[in-house]
Design a protein around this ligand. Structure first.
Ligand code: ADP
Ligand code: MG
Length: 789
């Protein structure tokens, strides 16, 4: 397997009473044949021309029986085909030299049957000898005549000319002929019936089509597919044996034919010379391109010539002197063929169905193995199957409890379970994010502190208690009501901040803004002070307000259209800065007031923070001083040797007081420091709140300004677009531009393809023209359809 092999070439000489002993001589090894041409044998042969040739082959079959021929030529090829190697046996030679006799034989006489029936016999005999394998046999019989393909096994061959022409198709599996019937045969007899039917068809066809059967090539193919009968074997092998009876190789000049016959002869010579070209290319190690597609014969035999095949050539020759010239040319062909090396290889394929079955078996076994393993290390019963809904729901509840803190740990049971735990984490997270978003969107209505009617209504509904605490507020998870607490306890403050953070981060992810929740926080941290924005609904999608961060409070140019009744427009819009002042006093007065209030709170907090910082620094200085004094006392005491007395530590009063003072100072320091930290956090929140109020103010101003004074440009554009476009209409310039596109494509092709293959110009021309035609047709059809609509 895989080793290089030469094409086996044999010569078979047709028996004759008139054998040219003087001209044809066999070597003693029965492997060589010498030809001697008498100089005056035919006219035109000049003296200085070569007269002697010696051909070395793999065997010369002289007076050989059909039996011997089969043994020598075909037996190994056929037997190797059953092991997965493709095989090709070809008979070449001039008409009447015995190609058909060798290949098919005399069908009326069993002893004289040829390679074909014998090969079928061997195949079926070998199948019987291999009960371990299920081997299928399929047969096809193709005739190539005048570059046309004929199926010699079609049920009704040559009925008229309307039969769909067969085509040669190439894919990854190799070559096959589309439209050629391939017949499954389970026994020898069926195979023979097919063979005879084919032979009959060949004769009938020759008759009805008035064609010379010696001028056609016939390819009889046996396809084998061997599956092991043991289920575990996933691989199976395929192979095919091509038995080729070539057309007569005689030269055109000699036949002297004209008209139809001439045409035939030309074809035959052509396809045979293409075969020869392909073979020369195959024999040349330096050539990597083999011209297989020049004619139907070589194309159909592409994967059966050279390559991974066992290949045999039988050259049939006459033994008579009169045919010596043709004999010589046939022998030359044979010696060229001998140079071709092939690399026979087994065609292995994989049985997908069997692979799946085997994998299933393997899986079941591994599961059993796992069960055994679990019981050995006494693990609780674990199933490794995909989880069902109940199991997934259980994991979901575990994860929820874990997140709430009611479940300490989630025990690891299996890989699948861990994966599901992570999955449920993700599910819960995204659910929470959605909940938060929709809650804010739907329910987060803030109430003005002066709106006593609403507040009392809410009190009645029991959502907030008399002090303004949210009912169920301690449950940090539920954030359904956006009522601003009127006062807060310090513990809740931290929690509220935490929740707020989560909320705002999840909102940010969704691209929303959260000015109101920030505001809420602010109220939380400023205890009795309430800040309320007069906004009825939080628009989470409002990214405009989020994008525009400004440090100063100057209006910017923007255009955000809104669907509201517009006041009458003045002819020239006032300057934005002026308009902004108006806006702040009128329509934007409420938000401006809130903005100012928030800013005041921020400033107040900043002031307090700076005071606290000063205070901390003072305490720190005092601590340092006290520490120094204490150290001084200690060193004094050590010097006086009063340190130890009867194992007791004695501290004098001054030192004791210093220690007390230091302790108190440290306490103060800590508490002030804590205050400062809280203040800083509040400042941060207030700052964001102020920023957001500012943005809101600017945004509302922008909207108001644009509504009141500006007509957006894109609206103008829309309005100016006339009614010239109607549905279903193809703009004229589209139709014209199709051709231009194609022209571009063509010049691109020219640039890329032409330098390499100048021969391709007609091809590309034709291709582009076809595409143009198709495009034009498509456009026309589109127009028609549009009209019909
Ligand atoms: P080809 O197919 O090459 O044109 P055929 O196989 O048809 O030639 O042979 C022509 C004739 O010669 C046939 O009648 C055939 O039976 C006969 N013939 C050819 N070779 C032999 C052979 N080796 N022994 C006996 N008869 C043969
Ligand atoms: Mg023949």
């Amino acid at each position: 397997m895989g080793s290089k092999k030469k094409v086996h070439t044999f010569v078979r000489v047709k028996p004759t009473d008139d054998f040219a002993h003087e001209m044809i001589k066999y070597g003693n090894d029965s492997k060589s044949i010498d030809i001697h041409l008498k100089k005056d044998t035919r006219k035109g042969v000049v003296n200085n021309q070569q007269t002697d040739w010696s051909f070395k082959l793999d065997g010369v079959l002289h007076n050989a029986s059909q039996d011997l021929v089969y043994e020598t030529v075909a037996k190994d090829v056929v037997s190797q085909a059953l092991d997965g190697y493709n095989g090709t046996i070809m008979c070449y030679g001039q008409t009447g030299a015995g190609k058909t006799y060798t290949m098919t034989g005399a069908t009326e006489n069993y002893r004289h049957r040829g390679i074909l029936p014998r090969a079928l016999q061997q195949v079926f005999r070998m199948i019987e000898e291999r009960p371990t394998h299920a081997i299928t046999v399929r047969i096809s019989y193709l005739e190539i005549y005048n570059e046309s393909l004929f199926d010699l096994l079609a049920t009704l061959p040559y009925v008229g000319t309307s039969v769909t022409p067969m085509t040669i198709v190439e894919n990854t599996q190799g070559i096959f002929i589309k439209g050629l019937s391939v017949h499954l045969t389970s026994q020898e007899e069926d195979a023979f019936s097919l063979l005879f039917e084919g032979e009959t068809n060949r004769i009938i066809a020759a008759h009805t089509l008035n064609k010379n059967s010696s001028r056609s090539h016939c390819i009889f193919t046996i396809y084998l597919e061997a599956h092991s009968r043991t289920l575990s074997e996933e691989k199976y092998i395929t192979s095919k044996i091509n038995l080729v009876d070539l057309a007569g190789s005689e030269r055109l000049g000699k036949s002297g034919s004209e008209g139809l016959v001439l045409k035939e002869a030309t074809y035959i010579n052509k396809s045979l010379s293409f075969l020869e070209q392909a073979i020369i290319a195959l024999g040349d190690q330096k050539r990597d391109h083999i011209p297989f597609r020049q004619c139907k014969l070589t194309h159909a035999l592409k994967d059966s010539l050279g390559g991974n095949c066992n290949m045999v050539l039988v050259t049939n020759i006459y033994g008579e002197a009169a045919q010596l010239e043709e004999t010589l040319s046939s022998l030359r062909f044979a010696s060229r063929m001998k140079l071709v090396t092939t690399e026979p290889a087994v065609n292995e394929k994989y049985d997908a169905e069997r692979m799946v079955k085997n994998l299933e078996k393997e899986l079941a076994l591994l599961k059993q193995e796992l069960a055994v393993h679990n019981s050995l290390c006494s693990r609780p019963v674990v199933t490794y199957d995909p989880m069902d809904e109940v199991q997934i729901a259980e994991i979901n509840s575990q994860v929820r409890r874990y997140l709430e803190g009611t479940l300490e740990e989630i025990d690891i049971i299996s890989l699948r379970q861990i994966q599901e735990v992570f999955n449920q984490f993700r599910v819960i997270l995204s659910q929470q994010e959605q909940e938060v978003e929709s809650t804010l969107r739907r329910k987060y209505t803030l109430i003005d502190k002066n709106d006593f009617a609403t507040i009392s209504a809410i009190h009645k509904a029991g959502i907030v208690d008399a002090d303004g605490h949210l009912v169920g507020e301690s449950d940090g998870q539920s954030f359904a009501f956006g009522i601003i607490p009127f006062s807060t306890k310090p513990g809740k403050k931290a929690k509220a901040k935490k929740i707020f953070k989560e909320l705002s981060s999840s909102l940010k992810k969704e691209g929303g803004s959260s000015p109101l929740s920030l505001k809420d926080l602010d109220t939380v941290s400023t205890s009795k002070t309430q800040l309320v924005l007069p906004v009825k609904e939080v628009d989470v999608k409002d990214s405009a307000s989020r994008e525009r961060e400004t440090s100063n409070i100057e209006p910017q140019v923007s255009s955000s259209p809104k669907e509201e009744p517009r006041p009458p427009r003045p002819s020239t819009p006032p300057p934005r800065s002026l308009a902004f002042e108006d806006f702040k006093n009128e329509r934007g007065s409420e938000i401006n007031r809130i903005f100012k209030e928030n800013k005041a709170i921020l400033n107040e907090r900043k002031k307090r923070a700076s005071e606290t910082t000063q205070r901390i620094n003072a305490v720190k200085r005092e601590i340092d001083v006290t520490k120094e004094a204490l150290n001084f006392q200690k060193s004094l005491r050590e010097k006086q040797g009063e340190y130890e007395n009867k194992g007791l530590m004695i501290i004098d009063e001054e030192e004791f007081l210093l220690i007390l003072k230091l302790k108190d100072l440290k306490k103060q320091y800590r508490s002030k420091y804590q205050d400062l930290r809280d203040l800083r956090a509040e400042i941060q929140y207030c700052q964001r709140l102020v920023d957001q109020c500012r943005q809101r103010l600017l945004m509302e101003f922008d909207i108001w300004y644009n509504e009141s004074f500006v007509i957006p440009e894109d609206m103008q554009a829309v309005m100016s677009l006339g009614s010239s476009i109607r549905p279903g209409m193809v703009p004229v310039n589209r139709v014209v531009s199709l051709g231009e596109d194609d022209q571009d494509k063509f010049s691109q092709l020219q640039q890329t393809v032409l330098p390499e293959a100048p021969d391709s110009i007609p091809f590309i021309n034709a291709k582009v023209k076809t595409e143009q035609k198709q495009n034009y047709l498509k456009t026309m059809m589109g127009l028609q359809q549009a009209h019909r609509k």
